[in-house]
Design a protein around this ligand. Structure first.
Ligand code: HEC
Ligand code: HEC
Length: 318
């Protein structure tokens, strides 16, 4: 009996020894994380810069500054992967490569990801709690983006003209029996305008407003709090419009820009995280995308909402 116990202990000690040796050996296979030169750092006010540097630069710049524990294999493999992916989607050190409109859009997207709790990644803030973005920081970022707001003064009548001009064209297109399908085979759904409105959002960087609709299955799922994941058959639609602001600051809906759909079917759309994506643009409701790969763009931006079944609206964690 005693002998048996000793034997067991020996096995444990040897196993730990082997594990230690393996982890030690693995250190020779550390991924190389280099900092390429900074070609054009993001130009934002100091207080905004501080937040980005503190919370985002490790993965979204060429000024990655890792802690010693980030460099230990196997953690460092994950870290290297995050940096590679992070830099490819958003790199504050190559800011001058983006057009001014894209710079604004990326900042807007960043604030969106932060306020939805998707960025910085949870796995990262767990080990780097100082990188968490506080509510105060979010206010600073929001105030900044607010200051970049495009000016929709009524003197700029082009938006009102665009509204009057397009209404007829859109109506005509929507009456067509056959609006071409999106390159991934998803058809336009004219009925979305009759669905319930889930929320409306404003995009301050380019002066558009969005209305998000849900079909009956989606609305039932929201009511029953069964959206993690969303049930098959749920469809979410997001319609974007110009925003027209009068001198009193009242905002009204301008010309229709586009509508996007996310159709849930975990089998049919397994390759795209269970959602079928499509976008139709005005005035003829032309499907977006040269080929079926257009969905990569949608997926990349919705990816950080993975824990929310890739949906921005209605975060579960509030
Ligand atoms: C630990 C690494 C890490 C940190 C820190 C981090 N991110 Fe990310 N970020 C990623 C990865 C990885 C992706 C790619 C999507 C994914 O895998 O979720 C990403 C994607 C994004 C995207 C979408 C980019 C695209 O493809 O259009 C935005 C925007 C973003 N992050 C903003 C931020 C902001 C703002 C911060 C700081 C508050 C931040 N991230 C901090 C790793 C990180
Ligand atoms: C630049 C980032 C980005 C890209 C690219 C993107 N989306 Fe989104 N999407 C968002 C954000 C942010 C929201 C949340 C609503 C808002 O603020 O406009 C959203 C919301 C949606 C919604 C409403 C459901 C939800 O998640 O809240 C649909 C439907 C949608 N997007 C479809 C698409 C489709 C289809 C594509 C590709 C053709 C696409 N999106 C590409 C950022 C993006």
């Amino acid at each position: 009996m005693k002998k048996h116990k000793w034997y067991k202990r020996k096995v444990v000690i040897i196993s730990l020894g082997i594990l230690f040796a393996v982890v030690l050996a693995m250190q020779f296979f550390r991924p190389v994380i280099i900092n390429p030169p900074v070609t054009g750092n993001v130009k934002v006010p100091h207080e905004v810069q501080v937040i980005l540097k503190n919370s985002c630069y490790d993965c979204h710049s060429n000024e990655t500054n890792l802690s010693w524990y980030d460099k230990i294999v196997p953690v460092s493999w994950l870290v290297a992967q995050h940096i590679k992916k992070g830099r490819s989607g958003l790199n504050f050190s190559k800011w001058d490569e983006l057009s001014p409109a894209d710079q604004k859009a990326k900042l807007w997207e960043s604030i969106n990801q932060i306020s939805h709790g998707a960025m910085p990644l949870d796995s990262y803030t767990l080990a780097h709690p100082q990188a968490k973005v506080s509510q105060k920081d979010i206010k600073v970022l929001e105030n900044y983006i607010w200051s970049l707001r495009v000016n929709n003064k009524p003197q700029d009548t082009s938006k009102i003209k665009a509204l009057n001009h397009q209404t007829e064209a859109v109506k005509k297109a929507q009456k067509l029996a056959q609006i071409p399908k999106a390159p991934n085979g998803i058809a336009y759904i004219a009925d979305y305008k009759n669905w319930a409105v889930i929320s409306t959002t404003q995009r301050l960087d380019n002066g558009t407003m969005r209305i998000i609709f849900g079909n009956d299955i989606a609305m039932k799922a929201i009511k029953e709090k069964k959206i993690s994941p969303w049930p098959n058959g749920s469809i979410l639609a997001k319609a974007a419009f110009d925003e027209i602001e009068d001198t009193d600051g009242n905002i009204s809906q301008g010309a229709f820009k586009q509508v996007e759909f996310m159709v849930k079917n975990d089998k049919k759309y397994q390759k795209t995280n269970g959602w079928g994506f499509s976008r139709f643009k005005t005035p003829e409701m032309v499907p977006y995308g040269k080929n079926a790969n257009f969905v990569i763009e949608c997926m990349n931006c919705h990816q950080p909402m993975e824990k929310n079944d890739y949906v921005f609206t209605l975060p579960i964690r509030q």
